[in-house]
Design a protein around this ligand. Structure first.
Ligand SMILES: Cc1cc2nc3c(=O)[nH]c(=O)nc-3n(C[C@H](O)[C@H](O)[C@H](O)COP(=O)(O)O)c2cc1C
Length: 263
């Protein structure tokens, strides 16, 4: 069973391919997280599979995203005891392996390893996304890697990361969430067309439309979905994303080109 969480489409794209290669079910954590936010009385999720559980998600601050950790720890996994992690990243996964191992320990699952695939950087409220052509090359290079990882999973082999990058002190990790994982700086410009694409996509159900404009509600995970998907680039984050290219990968592998959408 292949689970994915994805802000701007990279992890969804990889998870879709993986589930095809494994001929296994694909489960959207985005949809389930959103459902739970909208209805807090949703019962605890339980998943049953005789095949390994595979978690596909982005790397956040060299860790598994907190929302993914919370989702997993709040779910029950029945049948197979094997759990794999496949993280997409812009440069490296740092301590994500140790983090994923700890999650498996808490779930009493067998940790089958963490591996990663380099995908276009999406974190535009801090860094920059690559230009479209460069992104196409990066996305293309992911295909053989997914095939290779699928082969390992099919024979129940452990997987590992070829490069994980530097480790991060626990204090910095806590500071990152405190200082950067907030929606306080999101704002909408006058060119907003009120289409509510941002509100519909937010996996945290953190955006309400008021007078046809998005209003952030304070439980953001900085996944970049809202700022990236807007068809007219009407969302800013203070001045941090000003003039930067918005990166969003649709399920069919197309990137968003907002300028075209405007014409
Ligand atoms: C809040 C945030 C933190 C990130 N931290 C890292 C990181 O520590 N290392 C890294 O290589 N990429 C990092 N990235 C980049 C994403 O992991 C990468 O672009 C990923 O493929 C995005 O996947 P998605 O489109 O499925 O959301 C970060 C992105 C965001 C939004």
């Amino acid at each position: 069973m292949v689970f994915y969480f994805s802000g701007t489409g990279n992890s969804r794209y990889i998870a879709q391919q993986l589930s095809e290669q494994l001929s296994d079910e694909l489960v959207s954590m985005n949809r389930l997280m959103r459902q739970r936010k909208l209805d807090p009385y949703t019962a605890q999720y339980a998943f049953t599979s005789e095949d390994p559980f595979v978690v596909v998600c982005p790397t956040y601050c060299w860790h598994v995203p907190k929302v993914v950790e919370e989702f997993l720890l709040d779910s029950r996994f029945l049948g197979s005891r094997e759990m794999y992690f496949l993280l997409t990243c812009g440069s490296g996964t740092g301590q994500a392996k140790a983090h994923a191992k700890e999650i498996c320990r808490e779930l009493s699952m067998e940790f089958m390893g963490l591996t990663s695939i380099l995908m276009p950087e999406n974190y535009i409220t801090l860094f920059r996304a690559p230009e479209a052509d460069e992104a196409v090359g990066i996305i293309r290079a992911s295909k053989p890697q997914v095939e290779n990882i699928a082969q390992q999973i099919l024979i129940h082999h452990t997987v590992k990361d070829s490069y994980s990058g530097p480790a991060m002190p626990a204090l910095l990790y806590r500071l990152f969430y405190k200082l950067f994982v907030t929606d306080k700086k999101f704002r909408v410009k006058d060119n907003c067309i009120g289409c509510s694409a941002c509100a519909k996509l937010c996996p945290m159900a953190n955006i309400r439309m008021q007078d046809r404009k998005p209003v952030w509600q304070g439980s953001c995970t900085q996944c970049q979905a809202c700022i990236a998907v807007c068809p007219v680039d009407a969302i800013e984050y203070g001045r941090r994303a000003k003039g930067k290219r918005r990166y969003y990968l649709f399920a069919d592998g197309r990137q968003k080109f907002p300028k075209e959408a405007r014409q």
